[in-house]
Ligand binder design. Structure first.
Ligand code: BG6
Ligand code: MG
Length: 223
């Protein structure tokens, strides 16, 4: 592999939006008469909006027709958007800006590969839009992670072979999606939550291009 591009998941990698998803889902659950815990919220990371709603309704033991589900998903999204509209660049996770700048200065292309339909708004609120050469989000994909569609479309938009792209992901389904697309993947978070990732780092603080190259080179040697 020759490192030519880095594709980043957004939620949980660039910014911690899980807390806003949590409040919005919890408000919806409460309005339907049941509670929704932070542990329950873990199950929604990396999962599409409608599948998240299905999981939430299953927790509340509620079954509803499709049109009502769409209405509830839209209510949840309105609440979520009201929170993310207030986000500022201070919420970019530590080390992300430095790492992105270093990659770009070295001529490595950057893309977002996210399930979120709100990705453009989030990047705009964080002033990050100009730091990505391509944005593939929930509006452009039809198959959810672990299908590799989102990352393959990212590689295609950058015009880089998948094997020369590295993916950064905080959800196990996302790690699997990268592997399914033939891309090496670095997990972001705790190793116990990402047992399918070959490497897991806690975040981008104290992580630079030379650290990334070292990880990928060791992989090549092990082959
Ligand atoms: C993923 C999040 O990035 O996007 C999920 O991890 C979320 O929690 C999914 O459900 C879809 O996001 P949105 O913003 O389109 O509802
Ligand atoms: Mg994520």
């Amino acid at each position: 592999m020759t490192l030519q591009a880095a594709i980043f998941d957004l939620d949980g990698v660039i910014v911690d939006t899980a807390k806003y998803h949590y409040i919005a889902w919890k408000e919806l659950a409460n309005s339907l008469g049941f509670d929704f815990s932070e542990t329950d919220n873990e199950r929604l990371k990396g999962v599409s909006r409608l599948t998240s709603l299905d999981i939430l309704l299953e927790i509340g033991n509620i079954s509803l027709p499709e049109d009502q589900k769409l209405e509830l998903a839209s209510q949840k999204n309105d609440r979520y958007v009201s929170y993310i509209e207030k986000m500022t660049p201070d919420e970019i996770l530590p080390g992300v800006l430095e790492f992105l700048s270093e990659l770009r200065a070295a001529g490595i292309k950057t893309a977002i590969g996210s399930a979120s339909k709100n990705a453009p708004l989030i990047l705009e609120r964080l002033h990050l839009t100009p730091l990505f050469d391509a944005l593939i989000d929930g509006n452009l994909v039809s198959k959810a992670k672990p299908d590799p569609e989102v990352f393959l479309k990212g590689a295609e938009a950058l015009n880089i072979a998948p094997v020369n792209c590295v993916v950064f992901e905080d959800a196990a389904a996302g790690v699997e999606a990268a592997h399914n697309g033939g891309m090496p993947c670095i997990g972001i978070g705790q190793p116990q939550n990402l047992s399918n990732a070959r490497w897991v780092i806690p975040g981008f603080q104290h992580f630079g291009l030379s650290d990334l190259q070292q990880l990928l080179n060791n992989r090549a040697k092990a082959r």
